[in-house]
Structures are given as structure tokens and as C-alpha cells.
Write a protein that binds this ligand. Structure first.
Ligand code: NI
Length: 194
């Protein structure tokens, strides 16, 4: 057995998926998301794909400390989590490329027009621990400097919504919820005490 074979037989600790297979799924989802969001921006004038890569990195980092139940799916869901919400791509189109579990996970994270926020959160929570943890990772990344056009009320609303996210989903991961709690405190300190 040469070293490449040894490497390819390395199993992920919690899903029994060869680690290189996760990289291939990561890259496939990354390409798809990058194409889907190619005309969108994040935090001013950065390509939108920066946001989803940051969320996926939160997921990978957390998985080393508190393993997701299915990291292969979780990282794809993280990369694809805004595709249905922010682009014209449909579930049916995504199903041509990704597993029903991944598309379902993305669908749960997609805010539907007219759906009350707490019902949206309940749908994610009922979908299981991994989706709940990804929702917290998304908020960790989004608790950055508010857009310039937000007024104090909007900033406060976002802060309060973040506290609800922590309360609703916190039980899914001690590690991720502690990071979210810290980011909420920093947000308050930096952008609300003025
Ligand atoms: Ni997002």
C-alpha cells in the first residue's frame, strides 16, 4: 500500500466517508454556489461566495470539536444554503445535482415569503441538529459591521433576532452556541453602544 492508498482509506470519524470524498463534494457544491451567486455581493463589494465559504469553514471547524451527524451533507448544505433564497434556482434543478437530503436541508434553511420567523425557525429545528447548527454558523458570520443604510432600529432588530436564534438553536451545539453568544456580545458592544 503506498501513501496515497493509505490517505484515500482515511475515514471521517463520524460519517464513515473517506475524507477525500468530502473534499470532492465540497468542491462540487462550491462551484455550484459560486455560479449561482456570481452576480451578487457580500459586505459591500466582495463576491457573495465569500459568505458561504465562511459559513462552511465555521461548520468544518465546529465539526472537529463537536462532530456533525453527517459532515458530508452539512458542508454541502452550508455552501448551498442561500441558493434557493437568493437566486432563481429551484429545488428541482438542485435535485439534478445534489442528494435529496442536501436539497431538503437547503430548503429548510430557505426563508419563504410570508412564513412567520418563528415557524421558519421551527421548521429548521424539527429538521434536526445539523441544520440548526448551520443556522447558528450563518448568524455567526453575519454578525459583522451592519450595512451603512441600517438605522439604529434595524441594528437592534437584528441583535434581537440573533438572541432568538441562540435561544431556539443553542441546544444543538454547545461549541457553536458559545461562539454565537460571543459574536452577539461583540455586536452589541461595537454597534449598539453609540
Ligand atoms: Ni447566509
Amino acid at each position: 500500500m503506498n501513501s496515497n492508498e493509505t490517505e484515500s482509506k482515511t475515514k471521517n470519524k463520524n460519517t464513515n466517508v473517506p475524507s477525500q470524498e468530502i473534499q470532492d463534494f465540497y468542491n462540487k457544491a462550491l462551484f455550484y454556489a459560486a455560479a449561482a451567486h456570481k452576480k451578487q455581493f457580500y459586505a459591500g463589494d466582495l463576491p457573495y461566495i465569500v459568505h458561504v465559504c465562511m459559513v462552511a469553514d465555521e461548520v468544518f471547524s465546529a465539526d472537529r470539536i463537536e462532530p456533525f451527524s453527517n459532515i458530508k451533507d452539512a458542508v454541502q448544505i452550508a455552501l448551498l444554503h442561500d441558493v434557493l433564497e437568493d437566486t432563481p434556482i429551484t429545488k428541482e434543478e438542485m435535485l439534478l445535482h445534489f442528494s435529496p437530503e442536501v436539497v431538503h436541508g437547503v430548503d429548510l434553511l430557505t426563508k419563504k415569503d410570508g412564513l412567520p420567523l418563528l415557524e421558519y425557525f421551527k421548521g429548521i429545528k424539527d429538521g434536526g441538529r445539523d441544520g440548526s447548527a448551520i443556522k447558528m454558523c450563518d448568524r455567526i458570520i453575519n454578525l459583522q459591521k451592519p450595512p451603512a443604510h441600517w438605522n439604529a432600529d434595524k441594528i437592534f432588530e437584528y441583535y434581537e433576532e440573533s438572541l432568538v436564534i441562540l435561544e431556539v438553536f443553542g441546544g444543538s451545539s454547545d461549541y457553536i452556541s458559545s461562539r454565537l453568544k460571543l459574536k452577539i456580545e461583540l455586536y452589541e458592544e461595537m454597534f449598539m453602544r453609540k
